[in-house]
Design a protein around this ligand. Structure first.
Ligand code: GLN
Length: 251
């Protein structure tokens, strides 16, 4: 059993520990005896991507998004669209999530074109959304909550695209319509840093399960001892309940 993870734009797009998402996927596979390779692909290193089982890309500053936006207008963007249409599991956070939509309009009015794989647009607002987030998510038969930390000026508005979940605490996509993140096929976008997957082990396993099912057919993951991970998740839920959301741009 073997999975290959492609880590896109690891140098520029890696804020608030986003790399931890890749480490979590790798470790949760290895604990189950599943071999994993991680291959990094930077700006300008375009080539087919659909042999990967999982692709990950994190968040970054507006200036780092410029190079990524340009790269996505090249062969890499076409390769990423093909991979997503072929069911590759993709997780994008914040800055790259925005660029999987149609565009990100920066605070200075510059339009950074995106891939349009998520039918959504993003525009920078006057204040940043900063703070803890709790999101309710329904994925197939699974109902779970995700906890994370957001820090973004971008307001993302979904058109026909399905959200990843509904915000219980925090701003999420735009601080107005209650949605957070997006999903198209097996591609997911989220504003949640922290990083996201270590303290949301069920979502990590959901992604691994999708990747294994695509490669090997129906597959059931052996359970792991997630006491520590679940305690981290719960600690955050309780902290938010106790203290309220940390003061942020929206409150
Ligand atoms: N620059 C984008 C914003 O502020 C993305 C930020 C991020 O990736 N954390 O909206």
């Amino acid at each position: 059993m073997h999975l290959t993870i492609g880590y896109l734009y690891a140098t520029g797009m890696n804020v608030y520990g986003d790399r931890g998402n890749v480490l979590t996927l790798v470790q949760r596979c290895r604990w189950r005896g599943i071999d994993v390779d991680v291959v990094e692909r930077g700006v300008g290193e375009s080539s087919p991507l659909d042999h990967f089982d999982v692709l990950f890309a994190g968040g970054g500053q507006d200036r780092d998004q410029v190079a990524v936006s340009q790269d996505l207008q090249s062969d890499t963007g076409r390769a990423l669209v093909d991979a997503i249409e072929n069911g590759v599991v993709v997780l994008t956070i914040c800055g790259t999530y925005q660029l999987l939509g149609h565009f990100f309009k920066t605070v200075s009015g510059e339009i950074l074109p995106g891939l349009g794989i998520f039918d959504a647009t993003t525009e920078a607002g006057p204040r940043r959304f900063i703070g803890d987030v709790i999101v309710d998510v329904h994925l197939g038969d699974e109902v779970m909550s995700l906890v994370g930390f957001e820090n973004h000026s971008g307001r993302t508005y979904l058109r026909s695209c399905q959200p990843l979940g509904i915000v219980r605490v925090g701003a999420g996509n735009n601080g107005a319509d209650g949605t957070e993140g997006a999903r198209y096929r097996n591609a997911f976008g989220a504003y949640l840093h922290g990083p996201l997957l270590p303290k949301n082990p069920r979502f990590a396993d959901y992604l691994i399960q999708l990747a294994l099912a695509r490669r090997y057919g129906e597959w059931h993951l052996a359970p792991l001892d997630d006491r520590l991970e679940n305690a981290a998740h719960q600690a955050m839920v309780e902290r938010v309940r106790r203290r309220g959301r940390i003061k942020s741009g929206v409150l």
